[in-house]
Design a protein around this ligand. Sequence first.
Ligand code: 5HY
Length: 257
Amino acid sequence: MVQSPNFTAQDAVQFGTITLVSGFIMRILVVNPNSTASMTKKIGECAADFASAGTEIKVVNPAEAPVSIEGYYDEAMCLSGLLGEIRKGEAQGYDGFVIACFDDTGLGACREVASGPVLGICEAGMHAASMISTGFSVVTTLPRSVPIIEDLALLYGMDRRCRKVRAADIPVLALEDANGNARELVRAEVLRAVEEDGSEAILLGCAGMADLTNWLTRETGVPVIDGVVAAVRMIEALVGAGLKTSKVGGYASPRSK
Ligand code: 5HY
């Protein structure tokens, strides 16, 4: 329920202040496609920290899904749970949707189901990185995630700006263990990326790394980007501009058969 498209600039001028606009609440549904509640909570905290006043963020994960998504098989196994959450959100009238998995799992299918804009954190993060640097590197979890992300860079036309996709060689769930050394291994790989790739920005290649951005930016001196925050802010921009997913062609609603 967004009224901004009906609220013209003339109205704003007539009422003299834009604050009237704050009357409407933009609702964004963020879906963590794995079933690990601690990661969903972390994603929610980061999204809420950066969401604008007047934006309501809800973060969910499917009950039935792999505990983490590492590779093509897990991606396939989490799809029905993900689509179920998007369908519920569409029925509840959410204005925009974020897929909080760096493989942008099921993005096209989710865009068919949703009327509001849907962004994956990889696509959003890559576009953000390309706007603040001439070249960036991605640091993800396991080596098996690297080819998936390299393919996404090609798909998004980011293969020239994405200098390298690296793995810190840690399982996704190691990021949930505060006593482990996963953060240190990510930090070391980020420093290597700056050193060896000549990258001017770093994109964190897992939603589970969302809480590391400020610390790593201080540690490395280069902008370290989290896709969850980039996606939430971009959804706000798209919805605020009155834009919805096109229902002509590729993202048309699924046909009933
Ligand atoms: C993610 N897996 O963002 C991806 C990252 C990865 O469960 N959340 C996951 O390593 O592929």
